[in-house]
Design a protein around this ligand. Structure first.
Ligand code: FMN
Length: 366
């Protein structure tokens, strides 16, 4: 397995990455009461020691009562919480790593804990958890403004703490994506009714506020997906034209890098071309893009969370696409959750040492 293209350096807006490999954001729920522990800091440090180019943290909650739905997910506001993140970034830097927190608001995605009741209720565009499933009222203009503030403040904290970039979680059917999707956004105000530019306005306003908070030179990544956890077959953009409308609304508002989430990176986005989502996003906007989805593993992550094992798989198709610069960076999730040395093993051709992914790995901070 030759993986030369993966080991080219990448430089953009002050981000200097030693290779093209990004650790994908993965919720671990090992941070009691929202405070990342020393074990969490060591977990990220091991990925820096293992030569991951850019580490994106697990999703971390912005300052809204309903931004998270689990008390063991870390938060990115408050004194104790931010002091804990400072310990994380210091560990990562000591080991030579580069890191961005993923800023997250789950919106209408309900908690598994029946006693979880965020003060003021769940934030959502229209009080829908999925199409046709109404649970309450949508956000007022004031709460929308407050959520925008919360993202911008978290981004300012990220920069002040020394993180090299921030990522906004705009994918997978969480709050920002609930605004993108007409199945959960029935608003008739400026944050909804006007098709994709209108439904992208919440994300665009967050991006503008984040940009104002971090200044012109700080890299802002936004993660987006066509698929939703509420419906894997949904597509926000059915053709390149509508994808361009959606994505240029984000790049015009200040997004630098588009992190295009697929469950299988090799799946073409539109008929008539083998380009994947990240490939189209780069072609349509000119922005650098990150691909993701079953890199180095035989099965995809949703099935894996349900208990299906995945075995190591060839990187040849990924290399082929990277060599033709279809996208710039490659996020790796489960392979890096399971094994902090995955990058070193790939670099050194130690294929026989690559590990399978088992669901039990989610219960441990290797
Ligand atoms: C345990 C676990 C937690 C995840 N948590 C997040 C998250 O917090 N934010 C996010 O954007 N994606 C999350 N994902 C999705 C991953 O970032 C990634 O897109 C997905 O696992 C596909 O990559 P893989 O096939 O290399 O695992 C999670 C995935 C796993 C397996």
């Amino acid at each position: 397995m030759a993986a030369d293209a993966l080991f080219r350096p990448f430089a953009f807006k002050g981000l200097n990455l030693k290779n093209r490999i990004v650790m994908a954001p993965m919720t671990r729920s090992f941070s009691p009461d929202g405070v990342a522990t020393e074990e969490v800091a060591q977990y990220y440090r091991r990925r820096a020691e293992g030569e991951v180019g850019l580490i994106v943290s697990e999703g971390t909650g912005v300052d809204r009562p309903g931004s998270l739905n689990d008390r063991n997910i870390p938060r990115f506001h408050g004194e104790k919480e931010l002091a804990a993140w400072k310990r994380v970034i210091d560990q990562v830097h000591e080991a030579g790593g580069v890191m961005a927190p993923q800023l997250w608001h789950v919106g209408a995605v309900r908690s598994r804990d029946p006693e979880w009741n965020p003060e003021g209720g769940y934030d959502s565009p229209s009080g829908l958890s999925s199409p046709g499933k109404k649970f309450g009222e949508g956000m007022s203009e004031e709460t929308v403004a407050d959520a925008i503030r919360a993202f911008a403040e978290a981004a300012a904290h990220a920069k002040a703490l020394g993180f090299e970039a921030v990522e906004l979680h705009g994918a997978h059917g969480y709050l920002i994506d609930q605004f993108f999707w007409d199945g959960t956004n029935e608003r008739e105000d400026a944050y909804g009714s006007k098709g994709l530019p209108g439904r992208a306005r919440f994300a665009a306003d967050i991006l503008k506020a984040v940009r104002k908070a971090v200044g012109p030179d700080y890299p802002i990544i936004i993660r987006i997906s066509q698929w939703k956890q509420q419906d894997f077959n949904v597509r926000l953009a059915h053709d390149p034209k509508s994808m361009e409308t959606w994505l240029t609304a984000l790049t015009d508002a200040g997004a630098d890098i588009l992190h295009c989430s697929q469950r299988r990176f090799w799946e073409p986005e539109f008929e008539g071309s083998d380009l994947n989502f990240a490939g189209w996003a780069k072609k349509l906007t000119g922005a650098p893009t990150i691909t993701v989805g079953s890199v180095g593993l035989s099965g995809e992550f949703v099935a894996a969370m349900g208990g299906e094992g995945s075995q190591p798989a060839s990187l040849d198709e990924l290399e082929r696409r990277l060599e033709r610069d279809e996208f710039d960076l490659v996020a790796v999730g489960r392979a890096l959750l399971q094994d902090p040395e995955w990058v070193l093993k790939v670099r050194d051709g130690r294929t026989d040492e690559l590990k399978s992914f088992e669901r039990s790995a989610m219960g441990v901070l290797y």
